[in-house]
Design a protein around this ligand. Structure first.
Ligand code: BGP
Length: 496
């Protein structure tokens, strides 16, 4: 089954994780600058523990983007999913544009376009400006006008560069780990903060859609352009037969609660009930649901890394039954378990199992009837980067078995318009710092110029793309030849 000729083969990345130059070009701090400075922590080498490292330089994409775009062109990408950094566009407040920020992204997007790589911007990826956070950030309804000013400005000056845009990346992770919990900034540990933040994020997406359509009328954006929501639903698998109902409850929260507001303009009743129970009925104000209903988004970005095994929250785990401790949530009835037997895990204890991508895609397509794009899919691992030959066979296999499921879904009628993997090059990982590698291209973070080196998985993706999605092979001799005699033999300073 041949893919459409305009199928998007992309890679995704994110400003605060790749750019560096955090206070250059007129930029000021965001909550990720503040968090990584305040919570700096480097565990012992080789431990799969959380490393909170400096993002002051990271992979220095800010200074190396021409090199990187040369590499992306050589790789054969026709798309790059890139989060625009709000704090680089509005560094002081919601009114004064930082023109150096506009110019930076204009240069990047123009360079991508000149190399036939479609910029696919994400407007918000967890990185609230500090000037907004000190006024309450996403807990403060004023964020609606601040966000409106931001997106209207981006569409006006950068709208011409793409017909595919996303408002957000994983509102779920940002709000569950940053508001309900304290794993991510702003680390609030507050049910009220969670409720206000997620609802205001949903309203911001509706406002972005209004500005998106206005920008089309103003001629700043292609009238056929799509604005999507990017979400990381991990499809639930009942751990036992008797966990089927718990699994349905899980999917209601982790699929519908995070997607329905911006795709249908509704919340599942479980959220309204929860607001009632928590005495938070003032979060949703008159007119809010109409705003959501009248400004739904056009596209679903799906970050598929793994499925989630779900059990009833009163299930008693036996000693040695699980790989790691189970994870409970803010609502009763279900918990996520991590079975030890017959389940593959990464060295960071993320499940490796592509088999829920197909049924998950069919559910998303069946329920929402919106075009789909995989925006993130990748393997975080301890790559051996000591030499020039970085043989990440594990990553090539992971990506290959997951892309195969995308092809199956397309063959069964799911409207996938593209596949973007996580990630182009090694960058800062929120859970693993610089010790958790995801890149097709290695970055030597100890080198002053952050030297880039292609890994084996780079060759795998290059061959997949050049074959139009046909060549999924991930362990043959040709791939090694391709790296040795193809890429590395001509990988000169233009690519380093
Ligand atoms: C997603 C984020 C990405 C990326 C990825 C891997 O949730 O959108 O920014 O970080 O997860 O996560 P990690 O780097 O923590 O393994």
């Amino acid at each position: 089954m041949k893919l459409e000729k305009d199928f998007i083969f992309a890679a995704s990345t994110n400003a605060f994780q790749i750019e560096g130059a955090r206070n250059l070009g007129g930029r000021t701090d965001s909550i990720w600058d503040e968090f990584t400075k305040r919570c700096f922590h480097i565990p012992p080498i080789g431990k799969n523990e959380r490393e909170i490292n400096s993002i002051a330089v990271s992979a220095d994409f800010y200074h190396k983007y021409q090199t990187d775009i040369r590499i992306m062109k050589r790789l054969g990408l026709n798309g790059l999913v890139y989060n625009i950094d709000w704090t680089r566009i509005f560094s002081k407040n919601s009114q004064e544009i930082n023109w150096e920020g506009i110019k930076f992204y204009d240069d990047v997007f123009a360079t991508l376009q000149a190399n036939n790589i479609k910029p696919i911007p994400i407007l918000f990826h967890w990185d609230t400006p500090m000037w907004a956070e000190i006024q309450g950030g996403f807990e403060n309804r004023k964020i609606l006008e601040w966000f409106q000013s931001y997106v209207a400005t981006v569409f006006k000056y950068l709208g011409k560069y793409s017909d595919i845009w996303f408002v957000n990346d994983e509102n779920s992770t940002f709000t569950l780990d940053g508001y309900l919990g304290d794993y991510l900034p702003p680390a609030k540990n507050s049910k009220e903060g969670f409720a206000r933040a997620i609802h205001h994020l949903n309203l911001c997406a509706a406002i972005a859609k209004i500005e998106f359509e206005k920008a089309k009328l103003a001629g700043d954006i292609n009238p056929a352009a799509l604005l999507g929501i990017d979400h990381d639903w991990s499809p639930g698998i009942p751990y036992r037969i008797e966990d089927a109902k718990a699994c349905q409850e899980y999917n209601l929260w982790f699929k519908n609660f995070f997607l329905d507001p911006n795709l249908k303009g509704t919340y599942p009743a479980v959220f309204d009930d929860w607001l009632e129970t928590e005495g938070l009925t003032d979060v949703i104000q008159p007119g809010d649901m109409a705003l959501l209903k009248n400004n739904c988004l056009d596209l679903i970005g799906w970050n598929y890394y793994r499925p989630a095994y779900i059990a009833c929250d009163d299930y008693q785990e036996k000693p040695g039954e699980m790989q790691i401790a189970s994870r409970t949530f803010f609502v009763k009835g279900f918990k996520q378990v991590f079975p030890k037997n017959n389940v593959r895990y990464t060295s960071w204890n993320w499940i490796i199992d592509p088999t829920m991508l197909l049924p998950g895609a069919q559910q998303l397509w069946g329920e929402y009837q919106k075009p789909l794009m995989i925006v993130e899919n990748g393997l975080g691992a301890f790559d051996d980067k000591r030499g020039d030959l970085i043989l990440d066979y594990n990553r090539a296999e992971y990506l290959s078995i997951h892309f195969a499921e995308v092809k199956k879904a397309i063959a069964q009628g799911v409207n996938f318009i593209g596949y973007s993997l996580w990630t182009y090059c090694d960058i800062f990982s929120p859970s693993g710092g610089y010790r958790k590698d995801y890149g097709l291209v290695a970055v030597d973070f100890n080198s002053p110029i952050k030297t880039r080196t292609p890994k084996l998985s780079y060759v795998w993706y290059q061959r997949l793309i050049s074959s139009g999605g046909e060549n999924l092979t991930h362990d043959d001799h040709d791939m090694l030849e391709g790296l040795l005699k193809g890429e590395l033999s001509t990988w000169d300073f233009w690519y380093q």
